[in-house]
Ligand binder design. Structure first.
Ligand SMILES: NC(=O)c1ccc[n+]([C@@H]2O[C@H](COP(=O)([O-])OP(=O)(O)OC[C@H]3O[C@@H](n4cnc5c(N)ncnc54)[C@H](O)[C@@H]3O)[C@@H](O)[C@H]2O)c1
Ligand SMILES: [Zn+2]
Ligand SMILES: [Zn+2]
Length: 361
């Protein structure tokens, strides 16, 4: 029997989100229904609402979540009803050209549920990142469910489903940050602070946090930033150089999605260093760089999709670190809110008042 539940829907570009009745079909072959316990508000949800990802409205928002599997469809063996899972947006296929090259973290053909959740009138919804988790129960591909230790509360565990994994992975997987490295992180929201935490875990010796909001810079220190720079009051590039013996940082991570900030990351990097773009650009953005510098500085300009993570490998490992007290996921949670408060949480995010608002069901 299809179920009717409440979910947060973005009906049109730039319009406030609304709570709608959503029809969730029974799980088909390879699918699972997950009862959501908690789901963080990520900036990518706001990008969806702003039409910055694509225009396949209406969207069912939310994608950074943990919950319990309620039922599974035919042929599902990896998860079972009652399993505590973090939802991922990288259910790897195992057979695309990247998986076959042994690089499943770039999988070009990830699985999502085949069936659609709909509004009561039958209108099909586009779930954010193939998940849609600001909802009591959601329909996903079973491969999108990564089992983890149920002792970790959903408010913390769910964050690994997107922003925190993206940030930690941008530093550790994409940026290859290692002991003794200098790292500069531009943009210290949930993703940027996770990059700082990742750089700290990897043994970076200097970690420079750059933001335009002093409160964000204070929080960045709690995740391991050794230096902070307000880019409205200072030249961020000169500042990063000044605290890295005049050289620039080995790894510069852009966690805003802004071409001007990307240029700062490009210029604040040491010779042969790495720039990692984890912020999501708007489709209309363009960027101009001095070509001779692209060559002359050497190194690598990389993008980080989901922190180049492999959920089955990385989620349980990071939950272990959390439980050992080595990764403070709770510190990302600025507030817990109800499903009715997502629109207000977007405004708080825009005003810079929160790191993560987390919807608790
Ligand atoms: N690559 C991925 O897989 C992935 C995953 C999740 C999120 N993201 C993207 O990462 C970005 C950050 O997400 P978030 O949830 O942390 O957002 P957020 O809104 O919490 O944080 C953004 C931060 O950037 C700061 N900022 C804004 N303009 C700045 C500037 N000019 N210079 C320096 N700092 C500036 C803000 O003050 C804020 O602290 C978004 O673009 C989001 O879509 C990417
Ligand atoms: Zn694949
Ligand atoms: Zn996200």
């Amino acid at each position: 029997m299809p179920q009717e539940v409440r979910g947060v829907v973005a009906r049109a570009k730039g319009e406030p989100v609304s709570i709608e009745t959503v029809v969730v079909p029974d799980p088909g072959p390879g699918e699972a229904i997950v009862a959501i316990q908690a789901c963080g508000v990520c900036h990518t949800d706001l990008h969806y609402r702003e039409g910055g990802i694509n225009d396949e409205f209406p969207f069912l928002l939310g994608h950074e979540a943990a919950g319990v599997v309620e039922s599974v469809g035919e042929g599902v063996t990896d998860v079972a009803p009652g399993d505590y899972v973090i939802l991922n947006w990288r259910a790897v296929c195992g057979s695309c050209r990247s998986c076959l090259k042994g690089k499943p973290w770039y999988c070009f053909s990830t699985f999502n549920a085949e069936q659609k959740m709909t509004l009561a009138d039958g209108t099909e919804l586009s779930p954010a990142l193939g998940i849609g988790a600001f909802i009591e129960k959601t329909l996903v591909h079973a491969g999108q469910c990564t089992k983890v230790d149920p002792a970790a509360p959903a408010t913390a565990a769910g964050l690994l489903g997107c922003g925190v994994m993206a940030g930690i992975g941008a530093a550790i997987n994409t940026g290859d940050v290692t002991r003794g490295d200098s790292v500069a992180v531009f943009g210290c929201g949930g993703v940027g602070d996770a990059a700082i935490a990742g750089a700290s875990l990897a043994g970076a010796s200097r970690i420079v946090a750059v933001d335009i909001d002093d409160q964000k810079l204070e929080w960045a220190k709690e995740f391991g930033a050794t230096h902070t720079c307000n880019a409205n009051d200072n030249d961020a590039v000169e500042y990063v150089k000044s605290v890295t013996d005049g050289n620039g940082a080995d790894v510069c991570i852009e966690a805003v999605g802004n071409p001007e900030v990307y240029k700062q990351a490009f210029e604040a990097r040491d010779l042969a260093g790495t720039v990692v773009l984890v912020g999501v650009p708007h489709p209309d953005h363009t960027i101009e760089l001095p070509f001779i510098e692209v060559f002359g500085r050497g190194g690598a300009l990389k993008s980080s999709w989901y922190g180049d993570c492999l959920p089955s490998r990385d989620f349980p490992m990071l939950i272990d670190l959390y439980q050992q007290g080595r990764l403070d996921l709770d510190r990302f949670v600025s507030e817990t809110i109800s499903i009715d408060d997502v629109e207000e949480a977007f405004h708080k995010m825009e005003r810079g008042e929160v790191l993560r608002s987390v919807v608790v069901m």
